[in-house]
Design a protein around this ligand. Structure first.
Ligand SMILES: Nc1ncnc2c1ncn2[C@@H]1O[C@H](COP(=O)(O)OP(=O)(O)OP(=O)(O)O)[C@@H](O)[C@H]1O
Ligand SMILES: [Mg+2]
Length: 175
């Protein structure tokens, strides 16, 4: 499976990476963000939101499970960014699939030109879309601010375009 890999050295670079991605997301896409606490998932989503002209800043949805923010896709369509953080669902136990369904995200997704960004929700979010981009965040033991961020596609249509753009902005970190 082809992978795009980037090393960021600070918060700003991770935001920039999210902003670069904003040119390549389409309505109906699902981004699944994986990685430990504090690895940069929300920071990345903030850059993505800025690139999509989000009407409100992206904040960590830790206490809400899901937040919806109006955005504009690069093609010009109005849309919705649905930012899900399933960490509390997981931490609480119980039937996480049932609770996730009760949030009604599937309905919002279908009717609204939406893009879903899910933190901590890989298994429950996967059924939402056939156009998935996985984003994996790794920290470095020795260097506090380094993050290795890698992307793999499962039906993400603009993967090649995104890859070229990442190479242009960040150099040839990709393989
Ligand atoms: N290269 C970097 N990229 C992103 N964040 C960085 C980087 N270097 C340092 N940081 C810091 O790491 C933290 C990342 O926090 P963030 O909320 O984005 O993580 P998260 O993965 O969303 O965590 P959680 O699982 O708790 O939601 C921030 O405090 C940020 O300033
Ligand atoms: Mg977060």
């Amino acid at each position: 499976m082809e992978e795009i890999r980037v090393v960021t050295k600070n918060t700003g670079e991770t935001k920039k990476l999210g902003e670069v991605l904003s040119s390549f997301v389409l309505p109906g896409d699902l981004l699944i963000l994986r990685g430990p606490l504090g690895s940069g998932k929300t920071t990345f989503t903030q850059g993505l939101g800025e690139g999509l002209e989000a009407e409100r800043p992206i904040i960590s949805p830790t206490f809400t499970l899901a937040r919806e923010v109006k955005i504009k896709f690069k093609g010009g369509q109005d849309g919705l960014l649905i930012h899900v953080d399933a960490w509390r669902l997981k931490a609480r136990g119980g039937d996480i699939f049932e609770e996730f369904e009760a949030l009604g995200i599937e309905d919002d997704f279908e009717g609204n030109n939406a893009l879903v960004v899910a933190e901590w929700g890989d298994k429950i979010a996967e059924p939402l879309s056939d156009h998935i981009l996985y984003v994996d965040f790794k920290r470095n033991m020795e260097r506090e601010n380094l993050r290795l961020i890698s992307f793999t596609s499962q039906g993400f249509e603009e993967f090649e375009g995104f890859k070229k753009s990442v190479e242009a902005v960040f150099g040839s970190f990709t393989d």
